[in-house]
Design a protein around this ligand. Structure first.
Ligand code: CP3
Length: 355
């Protein structure tokens, strides 16, 4: 296998020196790009796009054709795992994700089992292999999964929620049942991420979008401890290279030290924490990924440069920073503004090095 042409992202995750700060953007292939909307229209709907490896490959590469990003991320969704567990995922127009059969009854929970990723999620592994071929070692490919707690939120609520009433009722009345769901989902995520690594993913990220809604105690018991088990069970090395892992709990800024201690190589930050303070708090244990407010991209070009520089300066000239947004890019973002950001991040660190 030939060498990776741009390994800046992988080096930064391992806190090795780099010539500039690498960046990629959460949801970089998405509705703010007209070419994405065109491919999605051709596919018919979002899930068909995810389940058709050629189309998933096409949209994965779209942001890289426009901007010199330092990583590609598999085009898929975190909810394909519960879909493969039989819950029946669908996207109602304008409503976001929904499950036909949310988990409510004890017998359904007892019956739950981890799917074979190479069978039920074979289309994801096909997409990973196809994207790797298309990337031709230009930049690394990130694989991903939802965290068990975040997946459980969707599985129990049946879709997005603003109060998490069903899962929290279970947490505070039948914690044994919630632990049972989290156990099975943890096994599913381990198998799923390892299958992605075997298919060619060169780094993996765990999205814990809803762990931040928990109390500090419940966060450790119901979210962090399961992510720790996943990280410990991941394939560490592939083709002679370490496969770094990133954990991202949105709203988890209060628990940075705890997140930094679970064995992952990097921790993702939303925009609510100062990244300079975060760096001091994690004290060299992990790399940090983040943390621009996605809404900053609605600002003027000058202000985008100022906000990007604020983050880069706060982190300072130390290894171990991957620039990113603090959450997924908004569908209302002007693609030209993304170009401004990418250029600002790449040029900033170069200027710092030359000084
Ligand atoms: O980052 C990337 O470019 C990779 C692809 C990716 C998607 N979803 C594509 C997507 C990733 C990594 C995700 C993760 C994901 N999906 C999360 C965790 C991160 C986060 O946002 O907190 C969650 C919670 C989901 C579940 C999900 N999928 C929701 C709530 C929605 C609807 C909200 C929305 O933005 O429309 C989706 C749909 C989705 N996933 C889209 C994309 C590009 C939009 C679908 C479309 O084209 O209509």
């Amino acid at each position: 296998m030939s060498a990776l042409k741009n390994d800046t992202f992988l080096r930064a995750l391992l806190r090795q020196p780099t010539d500039y700060t690498p960046l990629w953007l959460m949801r970089q292939a998405g509705r703010y790009l007209p070419e994405y909307n065109a491919t999605r229209a051709r596919a018919g709907d979002f899930l068909t796009l995810c389940k058709t490896p050629d189309l998933a490959t096409e949209v994965t590469l779209q942001p890289l054709a426009r901007y010199p990003l330092d990583a590609a991320i598999l085009f898929s969704d975190i909810l394909t795992v519960p879909d493969a567990m039989g819950l029946g995922l669908y996207f109602a127009p304008g409503e976001g994700p929904r499950f036909e059969r949310p988990l409510r009854d004890e017998w359904e929970i007892r019956d739950l089992s981890a799917p074979d990723p190479n069978d039920k999620l074979g289309y994801v592994m096909d997409a990973v292999r196809s994207i790797r071929r298309a990337l031709d070692n230009s930049v690394p490919l990130i694989g991903f999964s939802g965290s068990p707690y975040t997946l459980a939120c969707y599985m129990i609520e049946g879709g997005s929620s603003d109060d998490y009433r069903h899962i929290k009722t279970m947490l505070y009345s039948r914690p044994d049942l919630l632990h049972r769901i989290l156990e099975v989902t943890t096994r599913a995520v381990i198998d799923y991420l390892n299958a992605q690594i075997e298919a060619g993913a060169q780094a993996v990220m765990i999205f814990d979008s809803w762990g931040g809604s928990l109390t500090p105690h419940a966060y450790r018991e119901f979210s962090l401890s399961y992510m720790e088990r996943i990280v410990a069970a991941l394939i560490q090395e592939r083709d002679g290279r370490r496969v770094p892992s990133i954990v991202f709990t949105k709203g988890g800024g209060n628990w940075l030290e705890a997140m930094a201690a679970i064995g992952a190589d990097a921790v993702g930050l939303d925009w609510s924490t100062d990244i300079g303070e975060a760096r001091r708090r994690v004290n060299g244990k992990v790399a940090l990924q983040g943390n621009l407010d996605p809404n900053a991209l609605h600002g003027s070009a000058d202000n985008i440069r100022i906000e990007a520089a604020r983050i880069l300066d706060a982190y300072g000239n130390h290894p171990g920073h991957v620039f990113n947004l603090g959450h997924g890019i908004s569908q209302f973002t002007d693609p030209a503004k993304v170009g401004v950001l990418v250029e600002a991040v790449h040029n900033h660190r170069r200027a710092l090095q030359a000084a």
